[in-house]
Design a protein around this ligand. Sequence first.
Ligand SMILES: NC(=O)c1ccc[n+]([C@@H]2O[C@H](COP(=O)([O-])OP(=O)(O)OC[C@H]3O[C@@H](n4cnc5c(N)ncnc54)[C@H](O)[C@@H]3O)[C@@H](O)[C@H]2O)c1
Length: 431
Amino acid sequence: MAGTRAGGPPISHDVADLSLAEEGEARIEWAAGQMPVLAQIRDRFENERPLAGISVAACLHVTAETACLMRALQAGGATAALCSANPLSTQDDVAAALVLADGVEVRARRGESTDEYVEHVLALLEGAPQITLDDGADLLATSHARGGEALERLIGGTEETTTGLVRLRRLQEQGGLRCPVLAVNEARTERALNDRHGTGQSALDGIVRASNVLLAGLTVVILGYGWAGQGVAERARGAGAAVIVCEVDPLRALEARMAGYEVMPALAAAERGDLFITVTGSRRVLRREHFERMRDGVLLANAGHFDVELDLAELDDLAGGNVRAVRPLVSEYRLPDGRRLNLLAHGRVVNLAAAEGHPAAVMDVSFALQALAVEALVRDGGSLGPGVHPVSPEIDREVGRLKLAALGVQIDEPTDEQTQYLSSWGGGSGA
Ligand SMILES: NC(=O)c1ccc[n+]([C@@H]2O[C@H](COP(=O)([O-])OP(=O)(O)OC[C@H]3O[C@@H](n4cnc5c(N)ncnc54)[C@H](O)[C@@H]3O)[C@@H](O)[C@H]2O)c1
């Protein structure tokens, strides 16, 4: 389908309703007001045009914050195409605004089917982008699976989430990764803000919006105490819940115990929890044997990237197909003995499917890193070589510095004496 970009050529797109563009614009403006770091990068890009002539394809959540990133990349001179990393996270009004106001080739509709999702990914790759931005590695994995021009023209890609990096590292181990990938997800600034504060707050936000449950007094079971799980656990405790952590990694389990949480196997927790949140990046973390032990009325949510952490086929089988929607994003599975297990947001990533993902102030940091990572790939991609690479410490420090400045926070510089002391091996006690 072709849209009608104001003053420009028609843009090929597949969005739900272009008449929503005005609402989308208001939503983007609101987000932009909370993204001062990305705004500064956009201003510099506008002057320096470091991405002139570069084609960028992004498979990210189609939200107002992502719109701000697309605008920054375009300000740098790139042409941008966007599809959604999750069928339930698309903001249709934002998609419309990006097509009409910015001429971005958007292919995303809230609630799109898996087939439509795949079509959208393939359509973006047909444009043979030079840079990809992924949240779950679907663009890069698909371009590697298909080969051909889409792969040959690639300068490199960036990856926004743990699950995507796991996939790309497997590809690298098998000798198949053909371009450099910058692991935005593992930058220090990203870890500090995105996973802990962003997921921590927004996963609970999604759960509360979907169910209207009071968190205080609940027993919340967090499965997976990684970067994201730690944030969710901390926020749940802060809201007055008793938190149980289930882990498979002894060090992470130890950290959870030392942070004051109860730690136990998932089978034991299944009998205790009121609300279960998976955030592992693995699959079938909660399955039949767990569902069978759960109490009447429990809530089940997933904050991991893919909807495979809860075994929904087994849940459906256990309920004998006796499922009904009791609220827009709550499906009640009634077991033969009358117990009801309530699944939120169809087991999809709950902070995006039932809320708005990370707040804009968090995505400010993530997308500032993304923008600088794209610039670095265009500048240095040739010398990086195929493989997953860290985001450089310079980029990390720059984003940290800009975010602190935006918050009005000043910090000390080490004195010359301290710098010298820390860089020498000679000075022990008293030296
Ligand atoms: N919803 C969001 O906004 C959001 C944000 C960041 C990450 N994620 C996703 O959340 C998942 C976890 O990300 P992360 O950065 O915290 O990863 P991580 O690797 O830091 O943590 C995952 C943890 O889960 C544990 N785990 C694995 N299998 C388990 C099992 N069967 N039972 C209990 N624990 C298990 C691992 O030992 C690990 O400690 C990924 O899918 C990631 O893409 C989502």
